[in-house]
Design a protein. Structure first.
Length: 264
């Protein structure tokens, strides 16, 4: 708590956790007592500090509902400095302060509150098990690769936390279409672009409707993994070639698309 005011909270050092414990007597509240001004030392007006102190800025982070219905508004002051203002309605009860990697603890009428060094807040009522702080979820970053398709257009294959998608554009960068597993295919100027779910893998298929139905299949590293060509004898029987060598396991229908006829 600040030195310029008194509260009914009692502070004690917790050696094991290197944290400050803010405790209240049973039945009391977080409410502040009237501030008592402290004597100020006399200062020679001709002496001025060489460096002006930089004021701290409280940046709002989030509001957390506590176990008894009160709320804590969390603010970040610096890299390892967080504060949580505890409110009951519009009345501010107290402030928990966590600095230098130490948690801050408070209690009031059976409510126990902890402000963790990372700015998270947990609370529980006496008699209930103390909740363990949840680790922050790691957000998977988005990755992408660009390929030039057989029609000369560009496909950007994107894999991210919201799933896989393909952004199709002209060689000059003009956007044409975007497909994903909810909207898996698009047709343009005789060409078909399609996403196919193959077990756990997702494949990107490009079909040349103008050229009789030849198709190319890519994985999301941008590697051409299969190529399906129409029988040049004119029987319209597809011939599937695995780009990595060996024989492909299925025909064009097995990839989830139909070979278009040579009529375009």
């Amino acid at each position: 708590m600040r030195n310029t005011r008194r509260t009914t909270l009692r502070s004690a050092a917790v050696v094991a956790g290197a944290a400050t414990v803010l405790a209240l007597p049973v039945g009391s509240a977080f409410a502040d007592s009237p501030a008592v001004p402290e004597p100020q030392p006399s200062v020679d007006p001709s002496v001025r500090p060489s460096v002006e102190p930089t004021p701290s800025v409280r940046a709002y982070v989030t509001t957390v509902k506590l176990a008894d219905g009160t709320v804590a508004k969390v603010y970040k002051i610096g890299g390892s400095h967080f504060e949580a203002d505890v409110f009951a309605g519009s009345t501010k009860l107290d402030t928990l302060v966590s600095k230098g990697g130490a948690a801050s603890y408070g209690q009031n009428n059976g409510l126990r509150v902890v402000l963790q060094p990372n700015g998270t807040v947990t609370s529980w009522m006496d008699g209930a098990p103390q909740p363990q702080p949840q680790p922050k979820k790691e957000i998977r970053k988005e990755s992408s690769v660009r390929i030039t398709m057989p029609d000369g257009r560009i496909a950007k294959l994107v894999d991210g936390p919201n799933g896989k998608r393909v952004e199709i554009s002209t060689p000059k960068g003009r956007a044409l279409a975007t497909i994903d597993l909810r909207r898996p295919s698009v047709h343009d100027d005789g060409w078909t672009y399609k996403l196919v779910q193959d077990g756990k893998r997702v494949k990107f298929v490009v079909i040349d409707g103008k050229g009789g139905g030849n198709s190319w299949v890519y994985d999301f590293t941008g590697r051409l993994i299969e190529k399906c060509t129409v029988d040049p004898a004119g029987t319209d029987a597809p011939r599937l070639v695995a780009s990595g060598g060996g024989t492909a396991a299925a025909g064009a229908a097995g990839l989830g698309f139909a070979v278009l006829s040579g009529r375009g």
